[in-house]
Write a protein that binds this ligand. Sequence first.
Ligand SMILES: Cc1cc2nc3c(=O)[nH]c(=O)nc-3n(C[C@H](O)[C@H](O)[C@H](O)COP(=O)(O)OP(=O)(O)OC[C@H]3O[C@@H](n4cnc5c(N)ncnc54)[C@H](O)[C@@H]3O)c2cc1C
Ligand code: FES
Length: 271
Amino acid sequence: MRATEPRTLAPPARRTAHVTSVERLGAYHLIRALDSAGPADPEPGQFYMLSSAEGWGGGEDERPYLPRAFSYARVREGELSFLLEVVGPGTARLAALVPGEGVALLGPLGVGWRPAHEGTRALLVGGGIGAAPLICLEEQLLGDSGAAGGEPPVVLLGFRSAAHAHAAALFAGAPALATDDGSAGRQALVTDLLREQLDADPAATVFACGPHAMLEAVRLTCAEVGVPAQLALGAGMACGFGACFGCVVATRDGYIRLCVEGPVLDAEQLA
Ligand SMILES: Cc1cc2nc3c(=O)[nH]c(=O)nc-3n(C[C@H](O)[C@H](O)[C@H](O)COP(=O)(O)OP(=O)(O)OC[C@H]3O[C@@H](n4cnc5c(N)ncnc54)[C@H](O)[C@@H]3O)c2cc1C
Ligand code: FES
């Protein structure tokens, strides 16, 4: 696995990628866009600031206006995939893109996942739309473990329901699945699966992304078992490159801008 530090420098201007497909994936949308002018090798865990090239801003209440942050889920020969959950006007507009339209983007931004600790197995834990940055991580780790003859990563995913769990099909392996309502996989929390997996094999490095409460539970479990964890955090991001200070989070060493120092942080950095 390659290290993402020092952070990669994205081309400094917004550019336009061309939408190649928008696919409904249960409760989510998968947007693919050809980013011919951008770097072909973003690192898993990095993100892009996206907006539609047309029809972004204006409207009766002047929203949406600022671009929105999205982890990339996959990259194939310059074609980026983003897994998206519609929660407001920005994500609704992006989900309504059609092939041939332009999507304005800036990135790749931030610092992604770092290598697993020596001698540990990678344990990927995703909650809901937080599965997105784990898809490319799994792909990278499978490539690395295949080349080195090592153990493949273990993937644990939790979703609200079977409709959200369609996203599990984007993983190459067979992820263990939990849903809140039991409509797919086990009726459990993904943190229950994590606890069981760590009881069975504590020689792990955990890579987690999901809602805040899930990440806090992952952080506490890993601290208790003494397992290193990396957490991809979320925060409202207005610029994505360190200028607005809108994304600051408190760490043991003071406040940091998540878009520059993260979005992936070591769990032990957090207070
Ligand atoms: C680094 C990073 C990577 C992300 N990757 C993805 C991804 O791969 N797929 C995806 O669907 N979403 C992702 N998000 C979240 C995405 O940026 C927000 O859902 C989006 O900005 C919402 O815009 P909106 O205009 O649709 O809704 P808004 O009206 O802006 O927000 C709708 C609701 O969501 C809340 N919200 C908005 N942004 C965030 C956030 N960052 N964290 C927590 N709550 C938020 C708001 O408080 C509000 O309640 C990511 C966020 C970050 C910071
Ligand atoms: S989003 Fe502007 S400083 Fe981080």
